[in-house]
Design a protein around this ligand. Structure first.
Ligand SMILES: *[C@@H]1O[C@H](CO)[C@@H](O)[C@H](O)[C@H]1NC(C)=O
Ligand SMILES: *[C@@H]1O[C@H](CO)[C@@H](O)[C@H](O)[C@H]1NC(C)=O
Ligand SMILES: *[C@@H]1O[C@H](CO)[C@@H](O)[C@H](O)[C@H]1NC(C)=O
Ligand SMILES: *[C@@H]1O[C@H](CO)[C@@H](O)[C@H](O)[C@H]1NC(C)=O
Ligand SMILES: *[C@@H]1O[C@H](CO)[C@@H](O)[C@H](O)[C@H]1NC(C)=O
Ligand SMILES: *[C@@H]1O[C@H](CO)[C@@H](O)[C@H](O)[C@H]1NC(C)=O
Ligand SMILES: *[C@@H]1O[C@H](CO)[C@@H](O)[C@H](O)[C@H]1NC(C)=O
Length: 637
């Protein structure tokens, strides 16, 4: 695919680390949990779990014939959760503004199995929501006579943590609590010396254990074995993940045993030079490396030698640098995303000298935000007419990105005046503190739509649905646009293009791709099974960082969903293309209007939409627009 959508790009990661077969195994297990009694009877005859071809298993995208004794209770508990999620709450008007789409998405409960992790996402949201509502109640009751607790809360998402914040249970077991998760750009630097007899130690990034479960999921397990293990006698680094449902995943070893060295964020999964130290021309490791003898193998950790190791959170995975050299990359695994990390655990034969976590997502101290009034959004009431409704995908701890959007392109006069309206679509977080921050932010700025599910990446298509719902059922928009919180949108230009195009029905406007195919090789990171999409080609679709549909299409998306005839597909931008193609088949006259000035892989001068822009670039782009009236890029050309 020439220009990848970021969503496709991020999809790659799921297929990165794990064998496709094992992924299918996960899917099968997951569907087992999602049992739907109607499907079950249909599936019981046609499905056997003992096939050897994993593709066969997926054909029926349903549960295996093996009876799951828990299935009945699982169904019931989902209902219970649904009733909690959608229960009437005693909330103020301002608070209700962030829930305008919430009840309209009720139907998701009955369709939660259509996308990977849907059922978990709703269940987890159920308990997160209960906790959040309890704390909101508590705060309301306690607010008048205890202002200090709120102050204390604001400091709960620190930007920086160090070893002083770690708890040490014994000499070789440290836990550093990361209260508000990690985000792209966060890093954890550990200085230590491998010691002890075996020189084996591990660094684990763990999430929150679910209620009633003893062990938390491990998003990254980084295990250094200086004297090898069962498989090798040579030193090795083993990376993996663990969850209660799926146990250990597939090990990623460094050095890589086969030629299968994948790229994650454009870096090798394992640096090719890592291996057993070549000691024929014996000398200090450091000096031989320093001399630029590039082909010499080395192992980055050594008994008794100080190391400086940094784990950095990238967009597709986590990179480890040791003594300034890239060593490993670990692609995120399904449902194990960096925002879930709540603790760094270091244990084993290592003397820890220092541990520092920085670049952590932090909440802005609203007492020091001088421009709150200018950043607040106009309240929208049911049926408000707007020309363009823009829904922005965002996740709970991306506060900085949202602030940058508020300070830049949400300041266009078209947005301030209400011609265009912008809302962020944010799922719940599993962490209570983060949800509280999000709730406060939603109350403060009035521009957030909370989603009744936890924000797994596999569910972004639900957000597309939510945006269509908001644009048609909450406000009455002529056009509905979807974008991302790292995209800079020139709202004035989008409106100008729409009026130039002068089409109000059947419109898809954006960077349209009319010639793309699903990846069919099971080795492909982007593998799409024939069950997910059976045709050889995708219908035309527009890249995710910014596309616009006309009201009739958005409305049909919402209605078809409610009628249970909206096909769910995990690549949201392709999904929109698929939906529109279905409408076309049923007689809708569709106009695909391509906009070449949408740059989905960065910025080019003259952009209408520039993607992958961090908060600093956003401010810079805005400033250039103000000063020069021209769409000039910042940073990389
Ligand atoms: C698979 O099923 C066949 C018959 O249905 C049976 O003979 C075979 O032993 C099974 N294989 C496994 C691995 O269970
Ligand atoms: C809802 O809240 C208001 C004010 O906070 C209170 O007066 C009212 O009794 C509450 N209603 C219910 C049903 O709890
Ligand atoms: C879900 O399905 C059940 C049974 O089919 C139905 O009674 C219920 O109303 C549905 N709920 C929603 C929110 O659509
Ligand atoms: C607590 O904060 C509220 C609002 O900021 C203020 O009106 C009230 O006086 C404060 N109460 C105390 C005890 O400081
Ligand atoms: C971390 O430790 C430093 C130094 O002891 C302290 O100032 C800071 O408040 C701690 N932060 C947290 C979040 O505990
Ligand atoms: C090189 O390494 C091997 C195995 O690790 C060891 O037996 C040998 O003594 C080493 N040679 C030198 C010169 O250190
Ligand atoms: C827009 O289209 C309508 C009918 O399709 C036409 O009457 C009108 O003149 C067009 N407006 C412009 C500005 O081209």
């Amino acid at each position: 695919m020439k220009a990848e959508t970021p969503h496709l790009k991020r999809m790659k990661k799921w297929y990165g680390g794990a064998l496709v077969a094992s992924l299918f195994m996960l899917l099968v297990l997951r569907y087992n949990v999602m049992k739907n009694p109607v499907e079950q009877s249909y599936l019981t005859n046609s499905f056997t779990i003992n096939g050897t071809n994993p593709l066969e298993w997926v054909r029926f995208t349903g549960p295996p014939a093996v009876q799951n004794p828990d299935s009945a209770s699982q169904v019931i508990s989902l209902d219970t959760i649904a009733s909690r999620l959608f229960a009437q709450r005693n909330l103020s008007k301002g608070e209700q503004h962030s829930l305008l789409t919430w009840n309209l998405l009720k139907h998701l409960i009955n369709h939660s199995q259509a996308l990977p992790n849907g059922v978990e996402a709703i269940k987890e949201a159920g308990s997160a929501w209960n906790n959040l509502m309890a704390s909101v109640e508590e705060e309301k009751l306690g607010y008048a006579h205890d202002n200090s607790s709120r102050k204390a809360k604001e400091k709960q998402c620190p930007h920086f943590l160090n070893r002083m914040n770690a708890t040490e249970s014994d000499k070789s077991h440290y836990k550093l609590r990361v209260p508000c998760g990690l985000t792209q750009g966060s890093s954890i630097t550990i200085i230590g010396i491998p010691d002890g007899l075996l020189g084996n130690f591990r660094i684990d990034l763990t999430g929150e254990a679910l209620p009633g479960e003893p062990d938390p999921p491990i998003i990254l397990h980084y295990n250094v074995r200086l004297h090898g293990d069962k498989i090798t006698e040579d030193p090795v680094i083993v990376q993996n993940s663990w969850t209660i449902a799926h146990d250990w995943g597939e090990e990623e070893r460094c050095p890589v045993p086969t030629d299968d060295n994948k790229k994650v964020d454009e870096l090798d999964q394992c640096n090719k030079l890592v291996g057993k130290e070549d000691n024929r021309t014996h000398g200090s490791r450091r000096s031989s490396m320093g001399l630029g003898l590039n082909s010499r193998r080395y192992f980055p950790f050594k008994q008794g030698s100080l190391f400086v190791a940094t784990l950095r959170v990238g967009s597709e995975g986590i990179q480890m640098t040791v003594d300034g050299k890239h060593v490993t990359s670990f692609a995120y695994r399904e449902t194990l995303e960096p925002w879930l990390v709540s603790e760094v655990r270091i244990s084993g034969d290592v003397k820890l000298i220092s541990a520092v976590a920085s670049g952590l997502p932090t909440s802005e101290d609203s007492d020091h935000t001088v421009d709150i009034e200018a950043l607040k959004s106009l309240p929208l009431s049911r049926g408000s007419p707007v020309d363009l409704f823009i829904g922005v995908f965002s996740t709970a701890n991306n506060l900085k990105r949202r602030m940058a959007v508020r300070r830049t392109w949400m300041q266009y006069p078209e947005v301030r005046s209400g011609t265009a309206a912008v809302r962020f679509f944010v799922g719940l977080h599993k962490n209570q503190i983060v949800n509280q921050e999000l709730w406060n932010e939603a109350r403060t700025y009035g521009d957030i739509q909370l989603m009744p599910f936890v924000d797994y990446y596999s569910l972004i298509t639900w957000k597309t649905l939510a945006i269509c719902t908001f644009g048609t059922e909450v406000v009455s928009a002529k056009f509905v646009m979807k974008t991302d919180d790292d995209a800079f949108v020139r709202v004035d230009e989008v409106l100008a293009s729409l009026s130039r195009i002068n089409v109000t029905h059947g419109l898809l406007h954006g960077l349209i791709n009319s010639d793309s195919q699903p990846h069919r090789s099971t080795d492909s990171k982007w593998f799409i099974s024939p069950e997910e999409w059976s045709e050889d080609k995708y219908p035309p679709w527009a890249h995710g960082p910014g596309y616009v549909v006309s009201r009739d299409i958005a409305k049909a998306v919402y209605e078809r969903f409610n009628e249970g005839r909206l096909k769910m597909f995990k690549l949201e931008d392709v999904a929109m293309g698929i939906w529109i193609a279905d409408m076309k088949k049923e007689g809708l006259e569709v106009r695909y209007e391509k906009e070449e000035r949408i740059f989905n892989e960065g910025c080019r001068d003259g952009y209408v939409i520039a993607h992958y822009q961090g908060p600093r670039e956003m401010m810079c782009l805005w400033q250039k627009l103000q000063e020069t009236k021209r769409a000039r890029c910042c940073g990389d050309p």
